[in-house]
Design a protein around this ligand. Structure first.
Ligand code: GLA
Length: 391
């Protein structure tokens, strides 16, 4: 049974009758541009074909009946009771989206909604943004908000989903994941400028060049709530205050040295160096993709990983091992992706080296006593929307 079928059958079993529709939203993998989104920088994610589905129906009252395959049922929650930290389980994401829609002035109400997902949880592939995107897409149609029709509406909905994540779920993330889930185009990477939310869709043509983007889920634990993510963000804000700039985006690679010399400690210098060089690398990566120069893209992956490992200090032994082993097996480039401290790495691998690369990474993990890694071959999927009815 597909996840879409599971969502539908859960809906029928828990609520009775038929949903008003089924909606879906993808997880994402970021090609390059890490921890730049909340610094008004540049990012380059792709939406994944792996999706979260929600079968949903509007209710006449303001109760939120939210169930998910594999999760225990919890009592319904009233829309007026949604607040920072409430609900405290996975339902904070969909409930948060309805709260944030209302907070932004949209008229919404109660729903019956059954979720099922193919996006692996805890792999750093934005399973939470996929839940938010699916709920947001469903709410847009169910309550006639018309936020899916064009990119402008989708950008608004992405900002609303980010607010749910920040305010109700309490994760101080930037907006990359929600933008990827709602605004990406199939076959393209989303080149997003977080300073003004503008986007360009960059063709993602690996397949034509005998290359695959291999996602290596290290299964090392990561959680943005652990405080490390917030601590990095706070470092960036402290650096801005010292340097008298609004955001780190204002600093270019050319005038970086002058700014670094004005910072009081090495830790802040390292944080700023990562953010400034990473945004520069995103620009270079887009040029490389436009020119089909995958050797150059791979080189940028390697530099990006070193910067996250040494300057931003968000890698971990499993991520470093995945990257190193993939490179030794012949990958053109590899880097950790997402928030860090665990989750997934990506590698740019020639198709004929795919099996050997997977085997080498699995063997290296086993030798070090790490959990067995899992692999996904990443393709650039489409954005959130209503799932077409199948015959
Ligand atoms: C997480 C956050 C994003 C972004 C990345 C790091 O995925 O949700 O907003 O900051 O980490 O690039």
């Amino acid at each position: 049974m597909t996840a879409c079928d599971v969502a539908l059958s859960q809906f029928r079993a828990r609520f009775g009758g038929e949903p008003d529709g089924i909606w879906e939203a993808p997880g994402r993998v970021n090609l390059i541009g890490e921890h730049t989104d909340y610094n008004a920088g540049l990012v380059l994610p792709i939406a994944l074909p792996q999706r979260t589905y929600v079968a949903a129906r509007r209710r006449p009252d303001r109760a939120l009946h939210l169930v998910s395959h594999g999760m225990d049922d919890a009592a319904p929650i009233h829309l007026d009771a949604v607040a920072p930290g409430t609900p405290s389980d996975w339902r904070r994401y969909p409930a948060g989206v309805l709260w944030a829609l209302e907070d932004a002035g949209h008229r919404v109400g109660g729903v019956d909604a059954a979720f099922a997902s193919e996006v692996p949880v805890g792999a750093g592939l934005s399973s939470s943004a996929a839940i938010e995107g699916a709920m947001g897409a469903a709410a847009s149609d169910l309550f006639g908000l018309d936020l899916l029709a064009d990119d402008q509406g989708r950008a608004q909905l992405a900002a609303i989903c980010q607010r749910a994540e920040n305010h109700i779920a309490g994760a101080p993330t930037g907006g990359m994941d929600q933008a990827a889930s709602l605004r990406a185009q199939p076959g393209h990477a989303l080149y997003l400028d977080c300073a003004d939310s503008s986007v360009r869709h960059v063709p993602f043509r690996l397949g034509e060049h005998g290359l695959t983007l291999l996602v290596i889920d290290t299964r090392a634990e990561h959680s943005h709530a652990t405080g490390q993510y917030g601590a990095r963000r706070a470092d960036c804000e402290r650096a801005c205050a010292r340097l008298g700039v609004e955001t780190l985006r204002e600093i270019s690679v050319d005038d970086m040295a002058a700014h670094l010399s004005r910072l009081p400690d090495e830790r802040l210098r390292k944080r700023v160096r990562h953010v400034v060089t990473e945004t520069h690398r995103v620009r270079q990566a887009v040029q490389a993709m436009d020119a089909d120069d995958f050797a150059e893209l791979g080189r940028l992956f390697v530099d990006s990983h070193a910067s996250m490992r040494d300057d931003y200090e968000i890698s971990c032994p499993e991520l470093d091992l995945a990257v190193l082993t993939a490179l030794e097996a012949g990958a053109l480039g590899a880097r950790m992706t997402g928030g860090g401290f665990g989750g997934s790495a990506i590698a740019l691998v020639f198709d004929q080296a795919l099996d050997a690369t997977r085997e080498a990474v699995s063997a290296a993990f086993s030798r070090q006593g790490h959990l067995a890694p899992q692999f996904i071959l990443a393709q650039a999927g489409g954005p959130a929307g209503r799932t077409p009815l199948r015959p």
